[in-house]
Design a protein around this ligand. Structure first.
Ligand SMILES: NC(=O)c1ccc[n+]([C@@H]2O[C@H](COP(=O)([O-])OP(=O)(O)OC[C@H]3O[C@@H](n4cnc5c(N)ncnc54)[C@H](OP(=O)(O)O)[C@@H]3O)[C@@H](O)[C@H]2O)c1
Length: 295
């Protein structure tokens, strides 16, 4: 049976998402990333709902860490079908992290800022969670299961990219800006977006330093949603472009969701930065890079 203790190799479960692809790009041959059908065909297939993790460990190991990315991550889908979401996000996840632990592979569980209710903001690791949404409640169940075990739990803020059409916040706005649309924006919502490559780097540093426990990973500086859109528009105009549309400020609650969303669930990454020296690009830099990538 494979022993992973002397290895620095990483198994990425659910690797076809943007974070998984960034991790695989960062780690190269150190990582084996799995997909369910949408990833590169030379990656092994793994469906967490039906497959056991042991065959992956036997065939591709040894691994020191396994990053657990697979999840139903859409809060409305979790609210609409809580049993199905619980099966994947809790039952199957717990079963898989337990097998990893039994095999000496450290699980790296990606949780969310949505474990907080968003009334206070600037949450640190010692603040008490109080999720409003089913999605956050399910993530918190797995966090609790991993408490005191040899595992990493990393709560992520909103993850964004700068690649056109990657369907994240800034690139989505850029599509609307280029089309001259009216953009409705929740002026009362605050968050701290982090670039997907910084997430990958942060996870790698935590793993390479052999750290365990709970860490927050988001932008050290948060901003209001309206302020962020204005920063993006500023970068757009600095690149010599014009915007013929309009910004329409509104309230977060004006967007229909099945469950209330936290208004300010920003998480503070100071503990992770102190432990790893990670440099996280600013919101201004993300905006500039997103605009530059449109060319
Ligand atoms: N993105 C964010 O802003 C953010 C913030 C906080 C936490 N997180 C956490 O980070 C992780 C990745 O998030 P994401 O937003 O990038 O997710 P996503 O785009 O929704 O992707 C989910 C990933 O899970 C995989 N997956 C779904 N069902 C699966 C199953 N039954 N078996 C195996 N894989 C399955 C998907 O594979 P297919 O593509 O093959 O279906 C995909 O790779 C999630 O755990 C999420 O909760 C993300």
């Amino acid at each position: 049976m494979a022993s992973s203790s002397s290895s620095d190799r990483v198994l990425v479960l659910g690797g076809s998402c943007a974070i998984g692809r960034a991790l695989k790009a960062r780690l190269g041959d150190r990582a084996v990333a799995t997909h369910r059908g949408k990833g590169p065909q030379d990656w092994p297939r793994f469906d967490a709902l039906v497959d056991a993790v042991d065959p992956l460990l036997d065939r591709f190991g040894p691994f020191r860490h396994a990053v657990v990315l697979f999840a139903e991550s859409n809060p409305d889908r979790c609210a609409k079908e809580p049993e199905a979401a619980r099966r994947l996000n809790v039952e199957r996840t717990v079963g898989i992290v337990d097998r990893l632990l039994a095999r000496g592979v450290m699980p790296v569980f990606t949780s969310t800022e949505s474990v907080f209710d968003g009334r206070k903001g600037a949450y640190v690791e010692t603040d008490a969670p109080n999720p409003l949404m089913t999605y956050g409640k399910l993530k918190l169940e797995v966090e609790r299961h991993l408490e005191g075990k040899r595992a990493l739990v990393v709560r992520l803020a909103r993850v964004v990219g700068t690649t056109p059409d990657d369907r994240t916040v800034f690139t989505g706005w850029l599509g609307d800006i280029a089309a001259g649309k009216t953009i409705r924006v929740a002026a009362d919502n605050r968050f701290a977006p982090i670039h997907v490559d910084d997430v990958a780097e942060g996870l790698v540093r935590l793993m390479d330093r052999g750290l365990t426990g709970l860490f927050h990973l988001g932008n050290p500086v948060s901003a209001g949603r309206l302020e962020m859109l204005e920063t993006l528009l500023d970068a757009w105009r600095r690149a010599g472009r014009t915007f013929s549309g309009r910004i329409e400020p509104c309230r977060f609650a004006d967007f229909p969701t099945l469950e209330p969303r936290p208004l300010d669930s920003t998480i503070v990454p100071a503990k992770l930065i102190a432990a790893t020296g990670l440099e996280i690009r600013s919101i201004e830099t993300i905006c500039r890079q997103a605009v530059a990538a449109q060319d």
